[in-house]
Design a protein around this ligand. Structure first.
Ligand code: MN
Length: 245
């Protein structure tokens, strides 16, 4: 196993953390797959999604992201997506059992909304680290940013401006687009919509008001400036290397 691969798996394992539960059938072997580590969609022995613990303490991102926001955001908001996703899957299971598919479109919408929320928040926590350890883009990530955006600074400016202009609630996303083999910056306005199917999100920033309102009120730009101070560039680089293989 290469060093990068080892580091990458470590990142995935850290995301799941100590809450790794008894695997259900087939789960252990799938754990080795890149996708498993990428999205860290931990499930319990009943096959239900679980809330992954933060890979650091609530106050680890202070003063850029405050502990109270982190606590509410992770424990309440993210947990709501996990519960909603499990409920949608249960609704679908019941529909398959009864043969009553009258509400199946609603269930699919719920699974998309809560599933996207769960996946994006899981990446979002891992995308951040204390500012002292934030570092800067290196290696393959740096080269690809330069190729696709001209320079790292140009990417930073495009990413911040794109994220600042998301209407209402949503996300700013740096993603790998595998058909053209290039990095793209996207907005997610409603996170279950407007995706480019097949992209792999690498760096995501939550611009829903709950992510910053306590500390920054309506000053989203100031929040984004502070978010950029706590990006875990090693995590972003590991994700790129994994999807480019
Ligand atoms: Mn959020």
């Amino acid at each position: 196993m290469s060093k990068n691969r080892r580091d990458f798996m470590k990142v995935g394992a850290a995301a799941v953390g100590a809450s790794m539960l008894t695997p259900y059938a087939g789960f252990a072997e799938r754990m080795d797959r890149d996708e498993r580590a990428l999205f860290s969609m931990a499930v319990n022995d009943a096959g239900e999604y679980t809330l992954p613990p933060l890979p650091y303490a609530y106050e680890a991102l202070e003063p850029h992201i405050d502990a109270q926001t982190m606590r509410l955001h992770h424990d309440i908001h993210h947990n709501g997506y996990v519960k909603g996703l499990n409920a949608a899957l249960k609704d679908m299971e019941q529909a398959r059992g009864s043969g009553d598919y009258g509400l199946i479109d609603r269930f699919a919408q719920k699974a998309a909304f809560h599933g996207s929320g769960h996946i994006l928040h899981t990446i979002f926590w891992q995308n951040m680290i204390n500012a002292d350890k934030s570092g800067s883009p290196k290696g393959m990530l740096k080269r690809q940013l330069e190729t696709d955006f001209g320079s790292v600074d140009a990417f930073m400016a495009q990413y911040k401006n794109t994220s600042a202009k998301v209407e209402g609630s949503g996300w700013g996303i740096l993603a790998w687009e595998p058909l053209g083999r290039r990095l793209v910056v996207l907005q997610a306005e409603k996170h279950q919509n407007l995706t480019q199917w097949g992209v792999a999100p690498l760096l995501v920033v939550d611009v829903w008001e709950h992510a910053y309102y306590l500390k920054y009120q309506n000053r989203r730009g100031e929040y984004l400036d502070n978010f950029m101070q706590v990006v875990n560039w090693e995590d972003v680089g590991n994700r790129l290397e994994a999807v480019m293989k």
